[in-house]
Design a protein around this ligand. Structure first.
Ligand code: 8YV
Length: 328
């Protein structure tokens, strides 16, 4: 980076305090209207930037990176998941990629549990009845959901967020089961009284609720495929606060429509911001607009991470949240 103050292009609006600090420290170009950038906007950005700060709404793929100026040295993603960035191509071009782990773990785990409760206890339907002015009064058989206490929760992906979900779920009396690339430390299994399933199919066949907490990578794309969804029992609920691509959304929608699955709580979708209209029509789903980490505190912490990653990099050190390609 040749200039004293590197040109940092930020693709979306960030919390005020973070934007102010970015302006103080760097030659920052912000996006005050918060309009999502088109592919050609992104190409223009990488032609100029020394540091790019994208978010989940920006696809920084090899076609975009092909236009990067040689001085683009860092992509400091505002977000934990980096499936929006072609990390392999960036690495090959000598561009460092960083993300914002840890700081959104608790908020995302909270939202996962909120969706478990919302689906099982029909919170959205109940709220609509109360708000409609057409509530005719209490009845022993109205608005019956299902108890979660004593049920089996299968966590798909036992990383930071999956573990935080398990801790909460224990408090709700759920039995913890999990599938992960690697078995977690025995001490954590013991603390959570968690059962590890090497076979995802075998776990799915026995669960009452499944939460998706793994990242979207080539290996996890449609991990919950049409075939695997069929393995679930008809009373099961599926919750996803990770990435839509991990589930075959069309197959899930079909099964929810035919009641081969009892319900779903989805904060993420395969083709965001589009949501399958057939999914939107279903009464047995709770849909949220990708807001798992949407707390003011979380967004400020994510911004702080972005600042630290850029500053350490610009000062010639290795940034703390460096993301490497899978095979590096
Ligand atoms: C963020 C997320 O809001 O960090 C992630 O991986 O999914 C979200 O919670 C988003 O990615 C910001 O870019």
């Amino acid at each position: 980076m040749s200039r004293q103050r590197p040109l940092v292009i930020v693709t979306r609006r960030l919390p005020e305090a973070i934007e102010a600090r970015l302006m103080e420290l760097f030659d920052a170009r912000l996006n005050p209207t918060d309009t999502p950038m088109s592919k050609s906007d992104l190409i223009e950005a990488v032609k100029e930037a020394h540091v790019l700060v994208p978010t989940v709404t920006d696809r920084i793929d090899s076609a975009v990176l092909a236009h990067a100026n040689p001085e683009l040295r860092l992509i400091a993603n505002f977000g934990n998941g980096v499936d929006n960035v072609d990390v392999d191509t960036a690495y090959k071009r000598g561009i460092t990629v960083t993300n914002t782990p840890d700081v959104l773990t608790e908020d995302t785990a909270d939202m996962t549990m909120a969706l478990v409760l919302a689906v099982a206890r029909r919170l959205v339907e109940g709220e609509q009845v109360a708000r409609s002015g057409e509530w005719t009064g209490w009845s022993p058989t109205s608005m019956l959901g299902h108890r979660i206490h004593g049920k089996r929760l299968g966590i798909l992906g036992m990383g930071r967020i999956g573990t935080a979900v398990a801790r909460r779920a224990r408090g709700f009396g759920l039995a913890i089961h999990y599938h992960n690339r690697n078995r977690v430390h025995a001490q954590i299994e013991e603390e959570l009284e968690a059962t590890y399933w090497d076979s995802l199919d075998q776990m799915l066949a026995r669960m009452d609720i499944v939460t998706v907490n793994c990242p979207h990578t080539p290996a996890t794309y449609h991990l919950l495929s049409a075939r695997r969804l069929k393995v679930l029992r008809p009373h099961a609920y599926v919750i996803n606060t990770s990435r839509g691509e991990v589930i075959d959304e069309l197959a899930l929608t079909r099964m929810l429509r035919s009641r081969e699955l009892a319900g779903a709580g989805l904060d993420v979708f395969e083709h965001e911001p589009a949501i399958n209209p057939k999914l939107r029509d279903l009464p047995n789903v709770v849909l949220l607009p990708h807001m798992g980490s949407a707390t003011l505190e979380g967004r400020v912490d994510m911004g702080e991470k972005v600042l630290i990653n850029i500053k350490t990099f610009v000062d010639g050190h290795r940034p703390p949240d460096r993301v490497l390609p899978a095979q590096a």
